[in-house]
Ligand binder design. Structure first.
Ligand code: RIB
Length: 310
């Protein structure tokens, strides 16, 4: 029997310091907030947990600081059965931390001090070459050095492994990385950074997404929040409306989406089936506070699906 292949997630791992407030304070203003909590997060770690919770075999690679936050974050991943053999520690840096404000509508504002995440160099990622042959998809984001993402994607492409890039946080990308990317998923701000242009409507976003295909990218999947999502390949131009749920906190909804998308693709689902499932998973995540605690189980996704079909 063939051994089940793993999904490799290479990316950030942070502790999120979260406060709820009516709105983001103005410069010089102190606002009263509530509900302070420290919650495991980081785009990379969130995406790894999202897949593991849905039953995927996931390896997470990244870098923690040599501190108690790092130990807690590692234990959290292990509890979710994410393989952490390639999760390194930098003894001179603190673990990645964020300050997050959740406003009354459930939208977030995030400040990130990436700390040890930014020390995850291509050299530190080099040992991953020994396991790439057992991997079906490599998924990354942009909260670690871009050279490391480029390095691992280039190694993955040598073996014909599918590379998936969550284009957040927003930044312009080198041509080399775009050429090594099979599937890219930006939100609107991230798409603006990729194409170097302000986007004012859904139609414009769809048109600008076409520009990314010229790099050899096979699928562009736009995450447009309350405007839904959009799948673009050479064959498909499909729009998926947003699902109507009660929004508590949008943090990690995109990560839930990416995790579900990649897992579905490894299970042989088509792009449109994968995006449909990813939409459900993202919608589930916005109904709960925090990053990793909000990532749904298959049962929760089925429950939401049932409710929405009624
Ligand atoms: O995508 C949400 C994540 O972005 C948060 O968990 C935070 O850590 C930042 O990395």
């Amino acid at each position: 029997m063939q051994k089940e292949k793993s999904i490799l997630v290479i990316g950030s791992i942070n502790m999120d310091f979260v406060i709820k407030a009516e709105r983001v304070p103005r410069t010089g203003e102190t606002l009263m907030g509530s509900g302070f909590s420290t919650i495991p997060g980081g785009k990379g770690a969130n995406q790894a947990v999202a897949m593991a919770r849905l039953g995927g075999k996931v390896i997470f690679a990244g870098c923690l600081g040599n501190d108690s936050l790092g130990q807690k974050l590692r234990r959290g991943l292990e509890k979710e059965k994410v393989i952490t053999d390639y999760l390194t520690v930098d003894k001179n840096e603190h673990s990645g931390v964020t300050m997050i404000i959740i406003n009354k509508d459930g939208d977030n504002s995030i400040v990130l001090d990436a700390g040890a995440n930014m020390t995850f160099s291509p050299e530190k990622a080099d040992p991953l070459k020994e396991i790439l042959a057992e991997v079906s998809i490599v998924l990354s984001q942009l909260e670690i050095p871009i050279q490391t993402v480029d390095f691992i994607f280039s190694e993955a492409k040598k073996l014909g492994i599918t590379t998936v890039l969550d284009a957040g946080p927003a930044r312009a990308l080198p041509a080399s990385l775009l050429q090594r990317t099979d599937i890219i998923s930006p939100n609107q701000t991230e798409l603006e950074a990729l194409v170097g242009k302000q986007i004012n409507s859904l139609d414009e976003a769809k048109k600008e997404a076409e520009k990314l295909l010229k790099w050899g990218i096979k699928a562009v999947i736009l995450k447009l929040g309350e405007k839904g999502s959009y799948l673009l390949t050479k064959r498909d131009k499909l729009y998926f409306p947003a699902l109507k749920v009660k929004v508590v906190d949008t943090t990690a909804a995109g990560d839930a989406f990416m995790g579900a998308l990649c897992l579905s693709l490894t299970q042989g689902k088509s792009f449109s089936e994968a995006v449909e499932f990813a939409n459900l998973c993202g919608a589930c995540a916005v109904t709960r506070l925090g990053a990793q605690p909000s990532l749904p189980t298959p049962e929760e996704i089925n429950r939401l699906k049932g409710k929405l079909e009624k």
